[in-house]
Design a protein around this ligand. Structure first.
Ligand code: NAD
Length: 516
């Protein structure tokens, strides 16, 4: 029997509720060419809630043939029909209308996402409300990114650039923040005039299939936005390799990123890859300790460490190491576990069973490598939720940068604490990683803050704050953390191709056989 942690019925009467099977489970379908349609396959993927442990929804285990239908619909929408000729200003208006609908339905979207991946309602409510900004920002940008006239060195030539939408985009998402991470791709791609096929994670597909009801209500023409559910190796792979796809945008782990990049290269497809991290959060002895403790906790234990930017390597300067560690352990001693639907709950469960097992395995790995467990380290039994995937905030001290716990992404509430002597030592340790997504620096020295931001190899550097992001600012990684940027103007440029147009201003072009 399915069991719901929260009510996921739409509160907006214009949205049709998703049908349920006899056992109460929500039954989803693919969204192709403006309609919910059956998959060509027979298989289903169960979606369970990480707090109750029970299956509440079924999504189609999609096939390559589903992908083909979706890509054909997206191609038709890109080349013929109203979207193909729609002016950027009109596209912007549609995006802003979608932003309004998101704002009006933010509480409902938060409940659906909570039911799907178990994140805290407090965080989800904020995220869903903010998500409207993606559509407002890119809606505004749709008619403001233009080409330029080139001061040509060729006589009799008027040369200018324009930006053309890149074509049909495949967007592939992970399970940790399904809707915001979709929006980081969808909003700029639509603003640029592209059409899209979205593939959510096989663990959390339901929220996107509810979200597209808002896309439809906003009035996007059929085929502009399509959703195909399924597994990475099947529907994900079919999308990446489909000849109708011109552009691929992925948020996921480094391994999937590597496979996708290799296949995309074979077909010369451009990619944006937002992958994992092992981000250093560096506390100097001159930092404001109260703020730095909060920053360290927010860096790793928010969303139970299931964020790509998790500050999973805490670097403490020698002279404050012991005192800081003590305060950190104190800070997390009495954190509140419970239902993520309760606004008082501070620690959410791990979102999926495989991820829960992975977190557990890294506790063993860290101890075998000689790290010292100073907090947590085990699942937490939470009254009322015997099957909940709760895991204690876990801290390892005496970690050295060669240990696996310092080098590999855990993607859970597990913090590695390392020591450093001075600025040079901190930079050396921080940059000694294959990743380069984010870094935090805590210091009262302006000089040091600027120096560290220059020397740290990371796409985002926070000084005296952690986890700040905005739709207005580009985000992405160095090294194995990825390729390309999402957010800001850079985020929209990813979905545009530059064209150079040459117009002759002479009445007669020269005879090609007469040397001038
Ligand atoms: P994952 O790599 O297992 O899956 C991500 C998506 O890729 C899923 O939709 C999956 O079905 C698909 N996929 C997997 N293999 C594929 C293949 N061979 N071809 C095509 N598609 C394939 O990642 P996950 O476990 O869902 O998410 C966690 C990871 O995402 C972490 O590494 C985390 O750091 C990363 N992440 C990065 C960012 C960022 O912005 N940099 C944000 C959030 C999460």
């Amino acid at each position: 029997m399915s069991a719901l942690l929260v009510d996921v019925t739409p509160t907006d009467s214009r949205l049709a509720p998703t049908p349920r099977a006899e056992d109460g489970c929500f039954v989803y379908r693919q969204y192709i060419d403006g309609a919910f349609v059956d998959s060509d396959g027979e298989g289903w993927i169960d979606s369970d809630n990480p707090v109750t442990g029970t299956v509440w929804a079924r999504v189609p285990d999609g096939t390559a043939s589903d992908v083909d239908r979706a890509v054909r619909a997206a191609t038709a929408a890109f080349t013929t029909g109203p979207w193909a000729t729609m002016r950027p200003t009109a596209r912007g208006a549609l995006l802003r209308r979608l932003g309004d609908l998101i704002e009006q339905n933010a509480d409902w979207l938060a409940r659906v996402e909570l039911q799907d991946n178990g994140k805290l309602i407090a965080e989800l409510s904020m995220q869903m409300r903010y998500m409207a900004q993606y559509y407002y920002y890119y809606g505004g940008l749709a008619d403001k990114v233009g080409g330029s006239v080139i001061p040509s060195d060729k006589p009799g030539i008027f040369n200018f650039t324009t930006y053309a939408p890149c074509g049909v985009v495949a967007c592939i998402m992970p399970w940790n923040s399904p809707l915001p991470l979709t929006s980081l791709k969808l909003a700029p791609a639509l603003a640029a005039g592209a059409t899209v096929v979205l593939k959510p994670s096989e663990f959390t597909s339901a929220s996107l299939l509810e979200f597209v009801k808002l896309v439809e209500l906003a009035g996007f023409p059929p085929g502009v936005v399509n959703v195909v559910t399924g597994r990475g190796a099947v529907t994900g792979d079919a999308l990446v390799c489909h000849p109708g796809i011109q552009r691929i945008a992925v948020t996921g782990g480094p391994e999937a990123g590597r496979i996708i990049a290799e296949k995309a290269a074979r077909h010369m497809k451009r990619v944006t890859l937002e992958l994992g991290g092992k981000s250093p959060n560096i506390v100097f002895a001159d930092a404001d300790m109260d703020q730095a403790v909060k920053g360290a906790v927010a860096g790793i234990f928010a969303a139970s460490g299931q964020t790509c930017v998790a500050g999973s390597r805490l670097l403490l300067q020698d002279s404050i190491h012991d005192a800081f560690l003590e305060r950190l352990v104190d800070f997390i001693r009495d954190v509140r576990f419970g239902s993520p639907a309760d606004p008082a709950t501070q620690i959410a469960p791990i979102s999926t069973r495989p991820q829960f097992e992975k977190v557990r395995s890294y506790v063993d790995i860290a101890q075998q490598d000689g790290a010292r467990l100073v907090a947590g380290g085990k699942p937490r039994a939470v009254p009322g939720f015997p099957n909940g995937l709760f895991f204690e905030p876990t801290i390892f001290a005496d970690v050295t940068n060669d240990m696996r716990i310092a080098r590999e992404e855990v993607f859970g509430p597990v913090l590695s604490v390392l020591r450093f002597r001075d600025e040079e030592d901190a930079i050396r340790i921080a940059n000694d990683t294959e990743f380069g997504l984010a870094a935090g620096v805590w210091t009262e020295s302006l000089r040091r803050g600027i120096l560290m931001s220059e020397r740290l190899r990371a796409g985002t550097v926070w000084v005296n704050n952690y986890r700040s992001t905005s739709t207005t600012s580009p985000f992405g990684g160095f090294g194995m953390s990825g390729v390309g940027r999402e957010g800001g103007i850079a985020g929209m440029m990813e979905y545009l191709e530059t064209k150079s147009v040459w117009i002759s201003t002479t009445a007669e072009i020269p005879n090609p056989f007469v040397r001038r």
